[in-house]
Design a binder for this molecule. Structure first.
Ligand SMILES: Cc1cc2nc3c(=O)[nH]c(=O)nc-3n(C[C@H](O)[C@H](O)[C@H](O)COP(=O)(O)OP(=O)(O)OC[C@H]3O[C@@H](n4cnc5c(N)ncnc54)[C@H](O)[C@@H]3O)c2cc1C
Length: 508
């Protein structure tokens, strides 16, 4: 994948079968789906791939134990099936993760024990391992720092875990390997219509400033919490359908939560699920569910959300954390679809929604990372139907995502240019300089943030370390992309300010 190749494809194609707007899980999944069906496919993303919600998840590939408690069997079953496909098709990025629910009443032990056995049964052949009811002693053995007072036991169950933005990059790679043209830093400006039907989009390359009118037969809007904005470019007085809900995560050192098992608390004070999950040798704690009015590409945590996570972790864990221990705080916005008469976002549907406008625009939103493949299948089916294109069968249930061997071979080739490229970027993280150069050359990374937030995950794992690395990474980018010193300075300044937002204030 190189930008020059993608741009030349954009310029030389007279008409596309399908244009997808938005490069998060849903849009990238749709591009893989459409291209693998043989459609001439273009995807545009106005920032970087997974810059939005898709890099800010809890990193779980899951059926959603909570939806089971709500009785939404269909949603759970579908997600468990998708979990199975994802673990098979992207084993280098998605793995099985053991979870323990510590229980402090005999009722909970029975209730969650039975519930999780049902969860297993619903997964059928795609189950990741048998649920076990643990004694208090076994619970302490598997979750070393769990609070032991009144502990009645625990439930061990298995779910999936993944690296969200790395999966997004591998979906982009897979889509392009299947023949799609995939461009980050190209934003949708508007739609062009003939007889009230959209026949082209107007878009802008944010790097060169050049605008393009791009003709296509069908159009998918997969812009997450920005869905309403894009729908209004199509129909000015359209009512909003998205109710954004903010969720934050804190990342702390593994030393506060030793071992490889994750902890899951099914019901916090506000009725949410709370997780502590080992991830890339650190621990992710989350999350919250706060209805918000303002949509931003870089949402900020609320002080009370940070306090909430610290309080809840300390309630269940014997090694307490304070604000100063937080290495990074990252925030995502859920694109939940509005249901009239509902005030709480934790009650809104986690299922996905597809809307087709009079102009033929297919909008897909809601859902979750785990179900992106099914969402893409539905979106592409709708787009083909609406635009009266020939029906083609979806092939993604068995399609491998990414090509880790090829990636490694190319990274090794970069090391042959200079043995120094095999050095780690930072002693605490496995990422090498060669990986960064690879990301610039072949994964469309164009900024310091692309490298430190989404090609590697250092910003999410330790914002202070990420800030320290900004200048070095800017130097690598400038050399590879032929940029001057002024560009480097702007990059470092922008990224340093961004990284500050991932470090919580000490006072609260
Ligand atoms: C706190 C939290 C935790 C979560 N945890 C999990 C989890 O553990 N497991 C799970 O399965 N799911 C989880 N989810 C849900 C999951 O992350 C989302 O459902 C999914 O990432 C949404 O992807 P998307 O592609 O629809 O939206 P996004 O990822 O937001 O992508 C939309 C893209 O559209 C682009 N865009 C917007 N406007 C334009 C324009 N005009 N032109 C071009 N591009 C544009 C944006 O830049 C953005 O990149 C979580 C969500 C949150 C908020």
């Amino acid at each position: 994948m190189t930008r020059a190749l993608m741009l030349s494809q954009l310029e030389s194609t007279a008409e596309w079968d399908i244009v997808i707007i938005g490069g998060g899980a849903t849009g990238l999944g749709s591009a893989v789906d459409a291209a693998s069906r043989g459609l001439k496919t273009l995807l545009i993303e106005r920032a970087d791939f997974a810059k939005g919600t898709s890099s800010r998840s809890t990193k779980l590939v899951h059926g959603g134990v909570r939806y089971l408690a709500q009785g939404n069997i269909k949603l759970v079953k579908e997600a468990l099936r998708e979990r199975g496909y994802l673990l098979k098709n992207a084993p280098h990025l998605c793995t099985t993760q053991p979870f323990i629910i510590p229980v402090y009443s005999w009722f909970d032990r029975l209730f969650y024990g039975i519930g999780l056995r049902v969860y297993d049964l619903l997964a059928g052949k795609l189950s990741l391992g048998n649920t076990k009811i643990l004694s208090a002693k076994q619970t302490i053995e598997t979750l070393a720092s769990v609070k032991t007072q009144n502990l009645k036991g625990g439930i061990l169950y298995y779910d999936g875990q993944f690296d969200d933005s790395r999966l997004a990059i591998d979906l982009a790679y897979t889509a392009s390997a299947q023949g799609a043209t995939i461009l980050n830093y190209v934003s949708l400006l508007g739609f062009e219509k003939e007889a009230k039907k959209i026949n082209a989009i107007l878009c802008k390359d944010e790097i060169s400033g050049k605008t393009y009118s791009v003709k296509a037969k069908s159009f998918i809007n997969a812009t997450g919490v920005f869905t309403d904005h894009v729908m209004k470019l199509d129909e000015e007085d359209r009512e909003n359908i998205v109710s954004p809900s903010q969720g934050i995560h804190l990342v702390v050192s593994h030393s506060f939560f030793a071992g490889n098992n994750a902890m899951m608390v099914p019901k916090t004070a506000d009725g949410r699920v709370f997780f502590a999950v080992p991830w890339h040798r650190e621990v992710v704690l989350g999350t919250t569910d706060t209805a918000v009015d303002k949509i931003s590409a870089e949402p900020k945590p609320m002080e009370e959300e940070i306090d909430f996570i610290i309080e809840h972790f300390n309630k269940y864990n014997t090694v307490p954390i304070e604000r100063k221990d937080v290495q990074s705080v990252f925030v995502g916005l859920r694109p939940l679809v509005k249901v009239s008469g509902t005030n709480s976002t934790s009650l809104l549907s986690r299922d996905h929604t597809i809307l087709v406008s009079v102009s033929g625009l297919v909008t897909i939103t809601g859902g979750k990372w785990t179900t992106y493949r099914k969402m893409a299948d539905d979106a592409v089916n709708n787009a083909l139907f609406i635009s009266k294109q020939q029906k083609r069968v979806c092939k993604t249930d068995t399609l491998k995502i990414g090509d880790p061997e090829k990636r490694l071979a190319l990274i090794n080739k970069i090391v042959e240019e200079d043995a120094g490229f095999s050095k780690q970027l930072h002693e605490n993280f496995p990422y090498t300089i060669a990986e960064v150069i690879f990301a610039i050359r072949y994964e469309l990374a164009a900024t310091v943030e692309d490298i430190l937030a989404r090609r590697t995950r250092i910003l999410f794992l330790n914002a202070r370390v990420a800030k320290e690395l900004a200048s070095f990474v800017a130097g690598l980018l400038a050399k590879e992309l032929g940029k001057d010193e002024e560009w480097e300075k702007v990059q470092v300044k922008y990224f340093s300010e961004l990284a500050e937002q991932y470090i919580p204030s000490m006072e609260g």
